[in-house]
Design a protein around this ligand. Structure first.
Ligand SMILES: CC(C)(COP(=O)(O)OP(=O)(O)OC[C@H]1O[C@@H](n2cnc3c(N)ncnc32)[C@H](O)[C@@H]1OP(=O)(O)O)[C@@H](O)C(=O)NCCC(=O)NCCS
Length: 235
């Protein structure tokens, strides 16, 4: 949270109330730390003999310098092309074309999500997000380490989020989780990210591909694209 505060709130000027959201509570967060050594007290010499009277004191601190989170399904529908979102709310509905408005209505009435180049609109996916590295530590591949670690962890724990899905209310859907286990949405290895345009290269290097059909939209005034990656998950 301290990393996100420096990067998104102080640097990118996103309002704090939009930066920290309800998804934080159900996400898995990855944090990378740097060991920072600093001198807290200089050595003291005897001025006559030059001998050290008191040795230098230093301390090593673990400083959080980067973070990323995995938000499990379910997710809000894909953002609309050309949409402007503030705190996940679409604020320029009147500017959208008729086709987009109609598609949005279908989704809002409980229909399938829109089909994109890399997503069929139905398959459940994990969403990576809030990727941030402190300014002083950028350009060293730290973001890539975070993304790859999160992807590997999810591959190793593919059912980690399943209980929360159960709790979400299959009762409401008329599914008995014990009897109809096969009907439960199961994560099959798909990841999505809403990437800031300036960070596309970082996500590409970590295996993500831009979804052309998903288009471009703005979150908190920053232009975004959709990107996906699929990994093998053992049965
Ligand atoms: C995007 C971000 C997480 C990348 O972290 P990183 O650990 O620096 O990633 P990398 O080391 O792979 O470098 C990323 C790019 O920054 C460039 N870069 C190099 N030194 C840099 C520096 N001192 N400061 C900023 N960028 C630098 C790299 O050349 C690279 O460019 P490219 O992607 O065009 O090839 C980081 O810049 C950041 O926190 N930005 C602000 C928040 C943000 O945009 N998050 C992404 C949300 S999708």
């Amino acid at each position: 949270m301290t990393v996100r505060e420096s990067v998104f709130i102080n640097e990118q000027e996103i309002p704090a109330e939009n930066e920290f959201d309800a998804n934080d509570l159900r996400s898995v967060h990855f944090v990378i730390y740097a060991s920072i050594n600093r001198v807290v007290q200089q050595e003291v010499f005897d001025t006559d003999t030059g001998r050290v009277m008191r040795p230098r004191k230093s301390e090593t601190r673990s400083l959080p310098i980067g973070t990323v989170r995995i938000v499990p399904f379910p997710h809000a529908p894909h953002p609309v092309k050309g949409g402007r979102y503030l705190a996940d709310e679409l604020v320029n509905l009147e500017e959208l074309d008729e086709e987009t408005k109609q598609a949005l209505e279908v989704v809002e009435q409980g229909g399938k999500d829109r089909k994109t180049s890399l997503h069929d609109g139905e398959e459940v996916y994990m969403k990576l997000g809030r990727l941030a590295v402190l300014k002083e530590f950028r350009g060293r591949g730290i973001a890539g380490q975070l993304i790859r670690r999160a992807v590997e962890w999810m591959k190793a724990n593919p059912r980690y989020f399943s209980p929360s899905v159960k709790e979400r209310g299959f009762e409401a859907l008329g599914i008995d989780p014990e009897r109809d286990a096969r009907m439960m949405p199961k994560w099959r290895g798909l990841f999505c990210v809403h990437a800031q345009v300036s960070a596309i290269g970082v996500w590409k290097r970590a295996g993500f591909v831009v979804d052309e059909e998903m288009g471009r939209w703005w979150e908190e005034g920053i232009e975004h694209v959709g990107m996906f990656q699929r990994v093998d998950v053992k049965a």
